[in-house]
Design a protein around this ligand. Structure first.
Ligand code: SAM
Length: 217
């Protein structure tokens, strides 16, 4: 289902080069036919190479604002797709005076597009986009992480990717770090809302509900 974008809304990002790329990416958004989600390739990320499934601008603005407020310098973007969320993160890293967004994307063609979009926005040096399965590429994030986006992909069975990736990222997140989730995977929500796992969490009314969690212990 196409998402609604209010073009008159003002972003907290002030850089016109970045805003032009975000606007172009929003104009280029395409959505597969509903039938694609019923077919045999519905879980195959390669089959959806032409579709970004990118975050909503309100989610991007929230990422930018929170990363600026907390002075984030190491953040994680699961997954990167064509680079929309990575651009909001990288803009915050640059505007914080330096830092890196570590992205993960399975499909090489999407990694290529994401790198080009980041370069067009003037943000290439603030991004390390790792091609491959996030369950491997995010195993070593190189130090304490300030913020992680968990914006995954459906699997045919078993624990969701979101649930598997939070298991890998949570121990690397610092206390006081944030996790933002887009797709409200039930097993992810169950994990992040369980106080025993060290997070407190709220649901923000963006899209179908965007979960924002803070690591407290
Ligand atoms: C919802 S999209 C991410 C959108 C992105 N955050 C943005 O704002 O543009 C999910 C992406 O996950 C990728 N993906 C699927 N399985 C993956 C895996 N195991 N590891 C890394 N990326 C994966 C898909 O190719 C797809 O591009």
């Amino acid at each position: 289902m196409p998402i609604e974008i209010n073009k008159n809304k003002i972003s907290p990002i002030r850089d016109s080069q970045v805003l032009r790329v975000i606007e172009r990416m929003n104009d280029d958004r395409r959505h597969p036919d509903r039938s694609a989600f019923d077919g045999p390739l519905r879980h195959d990320a390669e089959a959806f190479v032409d579709f970004g499934f990118s975050i909503h601008p309100d989610q991007g603005d929230l990422i930018y604002l929170l990363c600026r407020a907390m002075g984030a310098i190491r953040v994680v973007d699961f997954a990167t797709s064509v680079g929309m969320s990575a651009i909001y993160f990288a803009a915050a890293m640059r505007d914080n005076g330096g830092g890196h967004v570590i992205g993960s994307e399975l499909v090489q063609a999407k990694v290529d597009v994401a790198r080009k979009n980041l370069a067009d926005a003037g943000l290439a040096e603030y991004a390390d986009i790792r091609q491959g399965d996030a369950r491997k590429t995010l195993g070593d994030l190189g130090g304490p992480v300030d913020f992680a986006l968990i914006d995954g992909w459906p699997l045919p069975e078993g624990p969701s990717l979101a649930r598997q990736v939070i298991d890998i990222v949570a121990p690397q997140l610092r206390v006081g770090g944030y996790v933002l989730n887009d797709n409200a995977e039930p097993d992810f929500l169950e994990y992040i809302r369980d106080p025993a796992n060290g997070f407190i969490s709220i649901t923000i009314p963006i899209k179908r509900g965007t979960e924002l969690a803070l690591k407290v212990v």
